[in-house]
Each structure stands twice: as C-alpha cells, then as structure tokens.
Design a binder for this molecule. Structure first.
Ligand code: BGC
Length: 563
C-alpha cells in the first residue's frame, strides 16, 4: 500500500465508531516544546498546525495535548488560570479550532488535558478567595484552614507537597490553603457544587469545539476527607489504600466520573477519557477504566519496570486480565513528560541491570555523566520495547520525540531549569523533568534546530542535530523510519484484542501471537534466538542469519497478511 492510499483510507472515517480509542495510537504533544510558529521560544498551536502533515505521516490515530490554557507556567501549564481559553502566548481559540480541523481532516483525533485537582493561583476563583477573606463563600471553593500552634503560624498538618516542602501555604490574613503540588496550584474543593458544575461546563466547552477525548490529570486525588482532626503524615502513611484513604483514590471520586460519563455520552461518538491515576493495584486502577466512569486508565507499570522479559510478561498478563474484567482496553506507555525518556533509561542497563524510571532519575540527578550512558544500547532496547508494545492489544501512548529516539537532556544549568520539583527539592525525580521537555529538533541546523526562529525556552544540546527530523527523514534506518513503518504495518495487522503466549524455551525471550497469526518476538537477552523456517515470515525488524539478535524485536506474519 502506498502512503497515498493509506491516507485515503484513514480519511474516510470508516473507523468512526464509538470504539476508536480501544486500540488507538495516541501521540502526546507537550505544546510548549513541539513547534514554535511565532519565534518567541515557546511552542504554540499554530506550530502544531504547521506540523499536521508530519503527524499524519507518522500514522497516529490521535494526539493528546498537555495543557495549553492560560497559565503562569509555574508547573509547565498544569497550573491552569482559565480552563476555557488558550494561553495567548500559544495562540487563540480560533487557532485551536483551526488545529482541530487540520487534524480531523487528516483522520487524527484530538484529546486534551483536564487538570481538575487544582487550579492556578491566578484563576479568578482563587484571586476572589484571597480578596474575600476568611470565612467567605469564595474560600469554600478551595481548601482553607486555620494554622496550628498558639498563633496559627504553623501549617495545619505536617503534610508534604509532591514537589517538596509543606503542602500548605499561608496567605496574608493568616489562613493556610492546601496545595498537593506547587503553592501556585491550590487544590480545589470537590465537595463544592460550583466546582463540580464548572468542570461539566469545561468538558462541554471543549467537546462542543470538536475535542474527541480527555486525559484527566491526577484523577485519583480530587475528593478528600478533611474532617477534623486531620491526620499526621505518619498516620496517613499507615492507612490502607482501600477507597477510604483521606487523600488518595477514594471510592467517592467515582461519583464525579459517573457524572462526567453522562456528559461524554451526550456526544456522538461519545467523548473518551483516560485517567492518570497512580493507585496501589491494577484492581484499584480498573475502577477508573469502567464504562460508567472515565472508560480508560493509564497503566504506568512499564515506566517503572526494567528491560526484563519476566517483568514485561507479568505486567502484560496482569493488565490484559484487568482489561478483560473492566471491558476497557489496556494502555501502554514507556515515556511521557514526567519521566526520563526510555531510550536513556534503557541505556543505563549495563551499569547494574536496573533500567526502570528510578534508575533514570538517579542518572539525571547525578548530572547525567555521559560515560554511564550507553546511548546506542539504550536506543536498541528502546526500539525493542516499543515494537513489542505496538504489537500488544490495546492502545499505546507515544511521547513526542520518542519517534526520533531522543535521549534525556541532562545538561541543563540550574538557572535554565523550569520544573518546580527541581526548585522545591522533591526527591522523586532528581533534577526534575525538564530533560524530557526540551523542544524538538526539526532540522539539523538553523535557529533552535528548526523548532522556531528564536532560542528555545529550554536549551537544546548540540547532539540534538543527530536526531533532527530532516536527518531521520533522509535515513531509511532511522528511528523515525522504524516508527512510521511499524505504525503503517500495525494498521494492516490490527486484530481482536487478545494474545496467546508462545513458548520459547528461553527465559529472556518473549513471544506472543495475535488472533490473525501476527507474531511478536522480543529477545531481551544477548544470545541470538533462532527462528528456523519462520524467518521467512519476517515483516518488521532485523534478523541475523535467521535469528533474532539480542535486545531486539521482530514481527512475523503469515504470507499475504500485509501484502
Ligand atoms: C502531570 C504533571 C503535573 C502534575 C500536577 C501530573 O501527574 O502529569 O506533569 O506536574 O500532575 O498537575
């Protein structure tokens, strides 16, 4: 099939059914760092429009946009000052409409990020709450409390925020407000009917503009039991995560999502939603994925797993079992805007065998010593893991730049960093998350590697040139070429949502078959894995003397399936 026919097939909306999301490839755009059309150093919505053909050629089904709303960027846009507008630095609502039209024309759906746990401190509600003073109705939309200690000058509890420091901030009149993340991100009070109403309005606002789905930020934290006396951190830590924990993954959060689902179902096709829910077990996660709720939930198990056959197999088996129970489809993700890129995580493998996200964090925190990173090996393993993922039933979320094989950027000076977790001393992500948010290289030369006409808002290292889109487009053996080919073939090979494991006789080789005979073989070890006569069925990947080399994946398909 030529590229032209492929585009035609995708544009006829033949897959325009309520189930489009089940096995979709969703590409995450971090708008500030994707493409900068006006040259101010920040990526913007017209920049996305200018790259619509690139997205279509990649062969994705949908884009998910991280926040593009008006924001002081205290947390990269996850501090939203107005939920129903576009940041003027990123464009206008008219630009947004144009972007939706340009993507829809190319058969690409649009998912936007909703940040309901907290607003920005610049949101009109929070400004009103500050001005109105203690005891006012305006303060009820947030979580204000009196302080502890004789003069109330100590925070109400000893809770720490996710980005470090106290989870409480004091305002001028002496009261304190809760912020689970940065102080510029006050937590909303989800017991308040106006808060609930307003988000329904936001969901309809974007749905009416043609948005196809939503990604729900920290979906597990909205409802809280803040009855007095408030527990201490030690007490909180001792409480089970069984749906009654005061702050996390409470059962009552699902009342909110049931209401949202009714709104999503007002549309045809129904709007979709995926929960970002860091919860304790796949069983707890399944609640977010129910058809009466958000419908799908991120499975982050592979972010924290090592490049290891046994760990991959366990994660896959457990999550497919969960999907069968909820009736949802599984989600797969190796990279996003919050974690060290997987090509880098896997490049740390030779160090000590650990390749999960914690290992990446340690490396970033230590300043990314170049001699500890095996870039080539990391990229090889990243290809292997990605091709395995793309063969699995369910939907896969790709993060911008991974299709270029980009590595994490560790060499960012402290004064150039932006992530609040870096400044507030959170220890969970070392030097913070800026290293995976550096603007994309589109061209090997020119201002900001073709990102825009000016300097990019985060510094791009010299080695970005090797990964530039124009370099990779000219190279049939590039990561970009591999992603394009994999996504093209995946569309042709797509089949029912199940798999069967095939015995390999090797603990470090995974092999599974999909119902139509498509097979995926991943060699996590270093010894080649011989395929015998089946080598003739190779459709993707590279064999050496009929064997799957170490750290690689191949796809096999019976003759004729992809003719
Ligand atoms: C987002 C982060 C953000 C946090 C607070 C997350 O889980 O993915 O980027 O900092 O929520 O909104």
């Amino acid at each position: 099939m030529t590229d032209a026919t492929l585009t035609e097939t995708r544009n006829d909306h033949s897959d325009d059914t309520a189930a489009w999301w089940r096995q979709a490839i969703v590409y995450q755009i971090y708008p500030r760092s994707f493409a900068d059309a006006n040259g101010d150093g920040l990526g913007d919505i017209p920049g996305i429009v200018s790259r619509a053909d690139y997205l279509a050629e990649l062969g994705i089904d949908a884009v998910w946009l991280s926040p593009f709303y008006p924001s002081a960027l205290a947390d990269g846009g996850y501090d939203v000052a107005d939920y129903r507008d576009v940041d003027p630095r990123l464009g206008t609502l008219a630009d947004f409409d144009e972007m939706v039209a340009a993507l829809h024309e190319r058969g690409i759906r649009v998912v936007v990020d909703i940040v309901p746990n907290h607003s920005s401190d610049l949101h009109e509600w929070f400004q009103e709450a500050l001005a109105a003073g203690r005891g006012s109705a305006a303060r009820e939309r947030y979580i204000f409390r009196e302080g502890a200690g004789p003069d109330g000058d100590e925070p109400p509890t000893d809770w720490t925020a996710a980005f470090g420091g106290s989870a409480w901030e004091r305002v001028e009149d002496g009261q304190w407000y809760l912020h689970s993340f940065a102080p510029e991100q006050p937590d909303l009070n989800w017991d308040h009917p106006e808060v609930r109403e307003d988000f329904l309005k936001t969901l309809r606002f974007w749905s009416d503009r043609g948005v196809d789905g939503f990604r729900i930020d920290v979906a597990h934290m909205l409802t809280k039991d803040l009855s007095e006396p408030l527990p201490s951190t030690v007490e909180l830590d001792a409480m089970p995560h069984d749906g009654n924990h005061p702050l996390h993954d409470r059962d009552d959060v699902h009342e909110i999502y049931a209401e949202w689902r009714r709104v999503f179902n007002e549309y045809d096709p129904p709007r979709t939603a995926v929960a970002e829910a860091w919860v304790s077990t796949p069983e707890r996660r399944a609640r977010y994925a129910s058809a009466e709720g958000l419908g799908q939930a991120f499975n982050f198990d592979l972010l924290v797993a090592d490049f290891d056959a046994e760990q991959f197999r366990t994660v896959i088996t457990d999550n497919l079992a969960q999907a069968r129970i909820t009736g949802s489809s599984t989600t797969w993700v190796l990279s996003n805007h919050d974690v060290t890129r997987h090509a880098t995580r896997y490049g740390l493998a030779p160090l000590n065998g650990r390749t999960g996200v914690k290992q990446g964090v340690e490396w970033v925190r230590d300043g990314g010593p170049a001699d500890q990173l095996d870039r080539e090996g990391g990229l090889r393993r990243a290809h292997a893991a990605t091709l395995l993922l793309l063969g699995l039933p369910g939907s896969t979320y790709l993060y911008q730049g991974e299709e270029l094989g980009l590595q994490e950027v560790a060499e960012i000076a402290p004064e150039q960093r932006q992530d609040p977790s870096f400044f507030r001393g959170a220890d969970f992500d070392g030097l913070g998350r800026d290293g995976c948010r550096v603007p994309l290289p589109w061209t090997a030369s020119g201002a900001s590697f073709g990102f825009g006409a000016g300097d990019a808002h985060l510094p791009q290292p010299e080695w970005f040139a090797e990964y530039a889109v124009d370099v990779e487009e000219a190279d049939p053996s590039s990561t970009l070429a591999l992603y394009r080919e994999a996504l093209r073939l995946r569309r042709l090979l797509q089949t029912e949502e199940s798999l069967e494991w095939v015995e390999t006789g090797r603990a470090d080789v995974l092999r599974f078959a999909r119902p139509n005979g498509w097979q995926i073989v991943t060699n996590f070890g270093s010894e080649p894995f011989d395929l015998g006569a089946e080598a003739d069925d190779l459709v993707l990947g590279t064999l050496v003397d009929g064997a799957v080399p170490g750290d690689s994946t191949v796809w096999l398909a019976p003759q004729g399936l992809v003719a």
